[in-house]
Design a protein around this ligand. Structure first.
Ligand code: GLC
Length: 717
């Protein structure tokens, strides 16, 4: 083992000969040490690191994963998995995010940079022991120190590099569904949004836009004259976002396939021949995204769709998902044939059935193919978690070449820590279950801690049929997540806002409009978090240190000024809420008619009707809002409203930029500094404008601790 000091707060322990995942840029300086802080190593049982936990320690993190914000009590396996049944007993989802924080009297973060299976047993086997088991001998383990959960997270985010900024329009509401079959259907969806006056920025193209599920093709029968179509939809104010899958269909004369073969771009089997697996198009090869040449080749293919006028993509099936391999299918068919004339009893029938069901995403198949890394063959399962990450990287690097300064929308299903530099993620195939709304709420915290600020779930649920109530409650939550997309599976109940009764439509419209009204705040908070290496969504423990705040699992901080308490139970008419300090409640419904109440620190039970969203403004904080528009680009921000809850002094920095370029990286953004100070019975407002040419005035509604409202308008020059 070699030990390196990365900086004052971070140590790297390098074991064996770690694979260059390229997640952490600064590797640090070697120092002479042989022990690992906070952990005992048991080398006899593979690499097992154990840490004894105090009863009150909270364990945060692990990104896309099951169970609570506090991960104690569970086993989690980092191994990117395409499993659509996200039940609480599942140990792996689509992402592998090996960062956690032990938060108690003693606090530290740990990141395991290892691209294959890592098991985190967090008090499952022994309730007071955190065990990390690494299935390999070559890895880096980082210990991150700091005085608080917030500081350790900040150190970690700093270490893994600046995250991805989508274009500003990607903060609008997005409509998707697997089954939009042709241009007419898409146009009908677009027209319905316009007809019902519901803001929306994008409509998604799922696999049916392609010619027989072949990447970078178009089904010309269903989508004739695609360029003209993309333009027509854009003229109506919407962008189309196509899906790109990892597998490339094996088909003679299909140029992507032919080029891939000619230039050795595909993963190979033991004999060095392209590995064959089956996904949507039938048999495919997998591009070897770990090779820079292959990333470049695949990444530049996006230009074909970009030339049609496309400005955003979602990368899918990149764990990679495998429906079956040739070998697996052959074995299963042989077994079926052999059973043909058998009298199958319950056990042998189940065995036969499971042989077919078990073809999906088999570990054995992962051991049957290889990547070529610097001239050497490396078995896929040993690098598995880097596959989706490198597909996203391929796209991002492609965009960088195609249009270097343009921000594209990009998010992925599979991911590894570090993928946040290239794109966002969505949380895959959830269900229209209340439990998955709650899971979505909890997961946003750990996703943010791992750098995935641009993330969100399939709002309303992907599988299963959603009812109006769940749709409303989910929308009322998702309006705070940067990726705000309603997506559902083929064959399920339609869940566009206008697919419901009139009352529901009315509520959903108002809910989506709140998102658009809050864009000045949401975008500002997102971009500041990105630039300053903070989280955008946090648990209360990031800001409040009392026991109750540290253990609340169903309330969130959104940016610096807001706390939300979403409703996530069916037929609920209210809920208990913990207020860690005095707060201002805005029960949002129609954002244009606002009323407020002040609540004292403590536990409350709040009645919440179906159309209401409890939004709390923290003490001495300010939130900005504008008016809604049909899309983000149609928003007018020359006049903003500020809701402030001020005891003595409050300050806010309103960030904005062009929303389309990467110029913000060169500090080309504008900031409006707002300060409110209570002076006797009045409030003094100071505004300093650094470069915002749009904003002309702010209408303030300032509430003091007694709930007195003070309204003022201030011109901005
Ligand atoms: C996968 C994706 C889902 C998509 C479907 C069809 O299940 O997770 O979002 O709709 O494939 O492409």
């Amino acid at each position: 083992m070699k030990t390196y000091k990365v900086n004052e707060f971070i140590m790297r322990y390098s074991i064996g000969n770690p694979f260059a995942t390229e997640v952490v840029v600064n590797k640090g300086e070697e120092i002479n040490r042989k022990d690992i802080d906070y952990f005992q190593i048991d080398e006899k049982k593979g690499f097992r690191f154990s840490h004894k936990m105090d009863p009150r320690d909270i364990v945060w993190g692990l990104g896309e994963n099951q169970r609570g914000m506090n991960k104690r009590g569970g086993i989690y396996i980092s191994y990117c998995t395409d499993d659509s049944q996200h039940t609480p007993d599942k140990k792996s989802l689509y992402g592998a995010h090996n960062f956690l924080i032990v938060d108690g009297e003693v606090k530290f973060g740990v990141f395991v940079d290892y691209p294959s299976k890592v098991t985190f047993d967090i008090g499952f086997t022994h309730s007071d022991v955190l065990d990390i088991v690494i299935d390999g001998e070559d890895f880096d383990l980082y210990i991150v120190e700091g005085v608080s959960l917030k500081e350790i997270t900040g150190q970690f985010l700093n270490m893994i590099g600046e995250g991805y900024a989508p274009p500003k329009w990607a903060f609008g509401y997005q409509q998707s569904r697997w089954s939009y079959k042709n241009a007419e259907e898409i146009e009908k969806i677009v027209d319905s949004f316009l007809h019902y006056d519901i803001p929306c920025d994008t409509v998604y193209l799922d696999i049916d836009y392609m010619e027989r599920f072949k990447d970078f093709t178009i089904d010309e029968e269903s989508f004739p004259h695609i360029e003209g179509f993309v333009k027509r939809i854009k003229n109506k104010g919407f962008r189309l976002i196509p899906i790109i899958d990892a597998g490339v269909k094996i088909e003679k004369d299909y140029d992507i396939y032919e080029e891939g073969i000619a230039n050795d771009h595909f993963c190979v089997n033991e004999e060095g021949k392209p590995f064959v697996a089956a996904v949507w198009p039938g048999r495919v090869h997998f591009p070897d995204f770990l090779r820079p040449e292959t990333r470049k080749w695949f990444g530049l293919k996006y230009s074909r769709l970009i030339d049609w006028g496309i400005e955003g993509f979602w990368n899918d099936m990149n764990e990679p998902a495998i429906f079956y391999s040739n070998k697996g299918l052959q074995k299963a068919v042989e077994k079926a044939k052999a059973s043909e004339n058998e009298n199958l009893d319950i056990y042998s029938y189940f065995e036969l059935r499971d042989t077919f069901v078990g073809l999906l995403n088999k570990l054995e198949d992962h051991k049957d193919f290889y990547h070529r890394v610097e001239g050497k063959l490396v078995r896929h399962d040993l690098l598995h978690n880097l596959y989706g990450y490198n597909m996203t990287r391929a796209a991002a690097e492609g965009f960088e070449e195609i249009q270097p300064n343009k921000r594209f929308l990009l998010f992925s299903r599979a991911s590894y820590v570090g993928g946040h530099r290239y794109g966002g993620i969505w949380t895959g195939d959830n269900h229209s279950w209340w439990q998955h709304l709650l899971l979505n709420i909890k997961m946003m915290v750990s996703l943010n801690m791992c750098g995935f600020l641009y993330s969100g779930a399939d709002t309303g649920g992907f599988s299963g049929d959603v009812n109006a109530q769940l749709m409303i409650r989910w929308m009322q939550f998702s309006l705070f997540t940067p990726l705000f997309r309603n997506h559902s599976a083929m064959g399920t109940r339609r869940q566009e806002p206008f697919a419901f009764d009139e009352g529901t439509l009315h509520i959903l419209r108002n809910t989506i409009r709140i998102r658009y009204a809050l864009i000045p705040y949401i975008y500002s908070e997102y971009m500041k978090a990105l630039i300053h290496k903070n989280v955008y969504i946090a648990s209360l423990a990031f800001e409040y240190d009392d026991t109750r705040s540290r253990t609340v699992e169903d309330q969130l901080l959104i940016g610096d000024s807001l706390m939300i308490a979403p409703i996530y139970e069916e037929n609920a008419v209210g809920r208990y809420i913990w207020l860690p300090e005095d707060m201002l409640l805005w029960k949002a419904e129609d954002y244009r008619n606002r009323s407020y109440e002040i609540y004292k620190k403590g536990n409350i039970y709040l009645e919440v009707d179906i159309q209401e969203i409890p939004i709390f403004v923290r003490k001495n904080k300010i939130v900005l809002l504008g008016k809604h528009g049909s899309s983000v680009e149609n928003l007018c921000h020359d006049e903003l409203e500020a809701i402030a809850f001020v005891d003595d002094k409050a300050a806010y920095v309103y960030y904005d930029d062009d929303g389309t370029t990467k110029n913000y990286k060169n500090k080309k953004y504008n900031e409006v500094f707002i300060e409110i100070e209570k002076v006797k019975n009045d409030f003094e407002i100071t505004i300093t404008n650094r470069g915002n040419d749009t904003l002309k005035k702010i209408n303030f509604e300032i509430l003091d601790i007694q709930g007195n409202v003070n309204k003022k308008t201030v011109e901005v020059s």
